[in-house]
Design a protein around this ligand. Structure first.
Ligand code: NA7
Length: 548
C-alpha cells in the first residue's frame, strides 16, 4: 500500500481547514486536507436547517487574509444565511484554487506518531495512508452531533432529522405535524421558519434560553461601500476587542448606572447589538448582581412579545445568568408562539417517556407527528477531536491523555503529541469568540512557527508538561472570574452525560490570548520544546553510545 507523503495534513475542510490550507500553501508546504464528508464547509455544510444563519455579522464572520476577497465579495444580509455562507465558501475555494488539495469522503480514522522519524502516519476510511511532519486538527468544536436515545425511537413511522445532519434535499413541511426537540440556537432559528410552513409545530423545551434580537436587515449598496472603505479599521477593531466581534465593553459597571440610564443603554443595545448586548457594561459576565440587571431587562422584553400569558412564564429564562451559556441571536423566535399552530411542550414539567409509531409520548399525552427534529446540539470541543484514534508517544492515545479533560499549552498543542496542532480547540478562545478571528490568529501563528522550525532546522515541536499545567490553571483562573461556572453548559462539559466536567474555552478574550501567543513566539516559543532531532532518536543515540 502506497503511503502518500506531504509536509502537512489538515483534517477538516471547514473554515478552519480551508484557512490552514491557504496559509500553509503560502509557506510553500505540500498540504493535504482530509474531509470525511462529500463537500467542503464543515459545520455549515451540514447545518442546512431552515433559518440557519450566522449569529456574527457577515463582515466580521469572513476571512481577512485577502483585501481583494474582502472587496469583491458582497454580503446580502447583516447576518448571512447558511446558503449564502456556503456560496462564500465555494467562492473562496475556487478563487484560491483549494479544491485540488482536498480529499473528500476521506475520514481520518487513525493517526500514529512515529517517534523516531518525527512525523505522523495516518490511516483513512477510504484506505489511503499519509505521512506528514505536521498534523493540523481543524475538526470543529460543534461538529459531533448528539441526540438523546428514547425508548421506542425506531418505532416512529415518520421522518427523524438532526439539525446538524440536515438532508441535502429540501424538506417539505407543508401540511405536516412537526416536533423540534431543543431550544438552543438551532431550535430557536428554525422555529419561526418551520412555524410558517407546517400545519402544526410542537417545540420541546428543556431549558428556556436567553436571546437577543438579531435586527437582521439587507445590506444596502451604500452600507457595503461604507464598510469596505474602512474594512481595515473594522478588522483592527475586531482583533482588539475581547470577543473578536468588534464590541468594546462599556467602561462602567452596570451597578454604577442608575436604573434609567441602564434602561436606555439596554434598549439601544437590544435594538441593534446582538451579542454586543452582553458587553454594554463590563461586569455583566463577571458579577451576578450586574448580570441580574441585564437578565431582568431581557426577561421583560421576552415576556412583552408573548401573547399567551400561560406561555410567558415557561419561555422566559430564569435559572441561569444571561450569557453564562451561549445565548441565541434570534429572528422572531418568541413571537412564533403567538401563532395558533405552535405549541410548547415543557419536558421538565412533562418529560418524554418514549417514541411511539405515531410520535412522542410524554407523561402528559401522546403527540402525533410526521417529522421529528433533534436540535439537541453537539458533543462540544472534544467530540470530534477524540473520535479518531490519535496515538502519541509510547502508545498513549489522546483519549487517555485527556480522560480528565483536555490539557494543552495555549490551546494549541499537548505534550506526548509532537507536531500536532489543534485549531480553535479547548484552551483557546474558540467558541467564546468570533471563531473566524481565532482561526486566523492561530493558523498564522502556526505558519510562523513552521517557518521558524524550517529556518532553524527544527523537526519536532512539543508542548512542555509544565507549560500545559500552567496554561490549564490559567484558563481555570480566568473562568473563575466570570459567571460561566455558575451553570451547566457545553463550555464545561455538562452537555454530555458522563463527560468530564472541566471548563474548556479560554475566557480571557482574543486580545489577551494574542498577547500570550506573541509573547510565546518572541521568547523562542517558550513552553514548547523545539528539537533538531526527534526526542526518541536522541534517546536511542544516547542509549547506543552508552552500550557501545
Ligand atoms: P445547543 O446550543 O447545545 O442546544 C441544544 C438544545 O437541545 C438545548 O436547548 C438543550 O437543552 C436541548 N437538549 C439536549 N438534549 C435534550 C434532551 N434530552 N431533551 C430535551 N432537550 C434537549 O445546540 P444548537 O445546535 O442549538 O446550537 C449550537 C451552537 O450553534 C450555538 O451555541 C451557536 O454557537 C451556534 P438544555 O439547554 O441542555 O437543557
Amino acid at each position: 500500500m502506497t503511503i502518500n507523503e506531504v509536509d502537512v495534513v489538515v483534517v477538516g475542510a471547514g473554515f478552519g481547514g480551508l484557512r490552514s490550507l491557504y496559509a500553509l500553501r503560502q509557506l510553500g508546504k505540500t498540504v493535504q486536507v482530509l474531509e470525511a464528508s462529500d463537500g467542503v464547509g464543515g459545520v455549515w455544510y451540514h447545518n442546512g436547517y431552515p433559518g440557519a444563519r450566522c449569529d456574527v455579522e457577515s463582515y466580521d464572520y469572513s476571512y481577512s487574509f485577502s483585501p481583494e476577497l474582502e472587496q469583491e465579495w458582497v454580503w446580502s444580509e447583516r447576518y448571512a444565511t447558511q446558503p449564502e455562507i456556503m456560496r462564500y465558501i465555494g467562492h473562496v475555494v475556487e478563487r484560491f484554487d483549494l479544491l485540488r488539495h482536498i480529499r473528500l469522503q476521506c475520514r481520518m480514522e487513525e493517526a500514529r506518531y512515529d517517534e523516531q522519524a518525527g512525523c505522523w502516519l495516518l490511516r483513512c476510511s477510504d484506505g489511503s495512508q499519509w505521512r506528514a511532519r505536521h498534523l493540523v486538527l481543524a475538526v470543529g468544536q460543534l461538529s459531533a452531533p448528539k441526540a438523546p436515545q428514547y425508548p421506542g425511537q425506531s418505532r416512529f413511522a415518520g421522518q427523524t432529522i438532526h439539525s446538524a445532519v440536515w438532508p441535502k434535499q429540501p424538506v417539505d413541511f407543508s401540511g405536516k405535524r412537526v416536533a423540534i426537540i431543543g431550544t438552543g440556537s438551532s431550535g430557536m432559528q428554525m422555529t419561526p421558519v418551520i412555524a410558517r410552513q407546517a400545519a402544526h409545530l410542537t417545540v420541546f423545551q428543556r431549558t428556556p434560553n436567553y436571546s437577543v434580537p438579531a435586527a437582521n436587515a439587507p445590506v444596502s449598496p451604500e452600507e457595503d461601500a461604507r464598510v469596505k472603505a474602512h474594512y481595515r479599521q473594522r478588522r483592527e477593531q475586531a482583533w482588539n476587542s475581547p470577543t473578536g466581534l468588534g464590541f468594546m465593553p462599556g467602561k462602567k459597571s452596570a451597578l454604577q448606572a442608575t436604573p434609567e440610564e441602564r434602561a436606555q443603554v439596554y434598549e439601544a443595545a437590544w435594538n441593534r447589538l446582538g451579542f454586543g448586548f452582553a458587553l454594554t457594561y463590563f461586569d455583566i459576565l463577571l458579577n451576578q448582581a450586574a448580570n441580574d440587571t441585564a437578565a431582568e431587562f431581557i426577561r421583560h422584553k421576552i415576556a412583552s412579545v408573548i401573547d399567551k400569558p400561560e406561555l410567558r412564564d415557561k419561555l422566559v429564562p430564569k435559572n441561569h445568568a444571561f450569557a453564562a451559556r451561549r445565548p441565541s441571536v434570534d429572528s422572531g423566535y418568541f413571537q412564533a408562539f403567538n401563532r395558533d399552530n405552535v405549541e410548547l411542550a415543557d419536558v421538565r414539567e412533562f418529560p418524554i417517556v418514549e417514541f411511539t409509531e405515531k410520535g412522542i409520548r410524554t407523561t402528559a399525552k401522546e403527540h402525533e407527528f410526521d417529522i421529528i427534529i433533534f436540535a439537541t446540539g453537539f458533543d462540544a470541543f472534544t467530540g470530534s477531536l477524540l473520535k479518531p484514534e490519535i496515538v502519541g508517544r509510547q502508545g498513549l492515545t489522546l483519549r487517555q491523555k485527556w480522560a480528565a479533560g483536555p490539557v494543552t499549552h495555549l490551546g494549541i498543542g499537548t505534550s506526548d503529541f509532537p507536531n500536532l496542532f489543534v485549531l480553535v480547540g479547548p484552551g483557546s478562545p474558540s467558541l467564546l469568540s468570533n471563531v473566524m478571528v481565532s482561526i486566523e490568529e492561530q493558523i498564522d501563528w502556526l505558519a510562523a512557527l513552521i517557518r521558524h522550525m524550517d529556518a532553524e532546522g527544527v523537526v519536532e515541536f512539543e508542548a512542555e508538561p509544565e507549560a500545559e499545567r500552567a496554561w490549564v490553571e490559567h484558563v481555570n483562573e480566568r473562568a473563575k472570574e466570570t459567571l460561566y461556572l455558575t451553570t451547566d453548559s457545553y463550555y464545561n462539559g455538562a452537555e454530555v452525560k458522563g463527560k468530564t466536567r472541566v471548563f474548556m474555552p479560554y475566557s480571557g478574550g482574543v486580545r489577551g490570548y494574542r498577547r500570550f501567543l506573541r509573547q510565546c513566539a518572541e521568547q523562542g516559543y517558550s513552553g514548547f520544546a523545539l528539537r533538531k532531532v526527534p526526542l526518541a532518536s536522541q534517546v536511542a543515540a544516547v542509549t547506543e553510545q552508552a552500550s557501545a
